[in-house]
Design a protein around this ligand. Structure first.
Ligand code: ES4
Ligand code: ZN
Length: 320
């Protein structure tokens, strides 16, 4: 039995497996620049975050209808449940769809159809977090935020910040995060994946985030590490992602041991599992193998995932 865990850093568009991409492409009459699923999989050799993002955004062209988004989320939930996930806080990228002419309602309601049944079918509670693309303008983020108001406090419970990090510091999104706080939404942001430790500090100070997605590079700033420990700010680490995007050389070089030794609240997640070689249980297994993690450390990581979640305390305690 896999350890019960929560997944807190998962881009639903990054769960699009090549086989489903081809099935949806056929159904929707969308041409893909690859012969078949195997050839597409061979293209998953990334040199950095941007080389991944180029393919990730291109493949989204196959997602067009509510049914498509429902199938995407349903496939993720089934795989996650099989690997012990009991709670999932799921990211999606509204702008990546609205920019292609797909209405926000198609995306949110389509995902919602699968999430509505997740508890009953898979024993997984869910939350949906809308992410702003940081390489798009602050105005575009504000427009997207306002368009999503009908779902606030219902289907959408938080905001995040993703896509190309370097050159797009958190402060660019001050106003939209201010409005998110005012609307009672949770706030997270990717920071310190490829970008510097100062982006983590800025995400805390300017955006008021409650969790840092990735946050690997916090180790470059000892005062920041001390603050993250003191304030119990969780890091949502994604080890297989870090290797595939060359943020770390190999899993054996992953800084998780240093992060845990520093007293940080670290969690393990899959990020974009269809692209990076595995779902969250696969991330646990690969880390355990490469770093020789013992059973107590694996249990700690799984327990951290509930502590770092946005579930109410009673529900967290019940899942632990
Ligand atoms: C992402 Cl790994 C990663 N980093 C930043 N933005 C993303 N969007 C999807 N995956
Ligand atoms: Zn991510």
């Amino acid at each position: 039995m896999p350890l019960p865990k929560a997944e807190l850093h998962l881009h639903i568009e990054g769960t699009l497996e090549p086989e489903l991409a081809f099935a949806l492409a056929r159904r929707n009459g969308v041409a893909l620049p690859h012969a078949d699923a195997e050839e597409l999989r061979r293209a998953y050799a990334f040199s950095d975050l941007q080389s991944f993002l180029d393919l990730y955004y291109a493949l989204m062209a196959v997602l067009r209808t509510e049914e498509d988004f429902e199938e995407l989320a349903e496939a993720y939930l089934a795989r996650a449940a099989a690997q012990g996930v009991r709670h999932a806080e799921i990211f999606f990228d509204p702008q990546a769809h609205t920019a292609r002419g797909i209405p926000l309602a198609v995306v949110v309601d389509g995902l919602g159809r699968a999430l509505d049944r997740a508890e009953e079918r898979h024993g997984i509670s869910t939350r949906l977090i809308m992410c702003f693309l940081r390489d798009e303008s602050a105005e575009s983020a504000l427009e997207t935020f306002e368009a999503a108001r009908p779902w606030f406090g219902g289907r959408i419970t938080g905001v995040g910040l993703d896509s190309a990090e370097v050159g797009h510091p958190p402060a660019k999104f001050r106003e939209v995060y201010r409005r998110a706080a005012e609307a009672g939404l949770h706030r997270v942001a990717h920071a310190g994946e490829e970008g510097p430790a100062s982006y983590i500090t800025e995400a805390l100070d300017v955006l008021g985030v409650e969790r840092i997605d990735h946050g690997l590079r916090c180790l470059e700033d000892p005062a920041l590490v001390e603050r993250l420990v003191r304030e119990r700010i969780p890091l949502t680490l994604c080890p297989l992602s870090n290797v595939r995007l060359r943020c770390v050389d190999t899993l054996a070089d992953h800084p998780l041991p240093a992060i845990l030794a520093a007293g940080l609240l670290a969690t393990v997640n899959s990020d974009d599992p269809a692209y990076f070689g595995g779902y969250v249980g696969d991330n646990f297994d690969a880390l355990a193998g490469a770093l020789g993690l013992d059973e107590d450390t694996l249990r700690l990581l799984a327990a951290n995932s509930f502590h770092a979640s946005f579930l109410p305390e009673e529900r967290r305690a019940a899942l632990l």
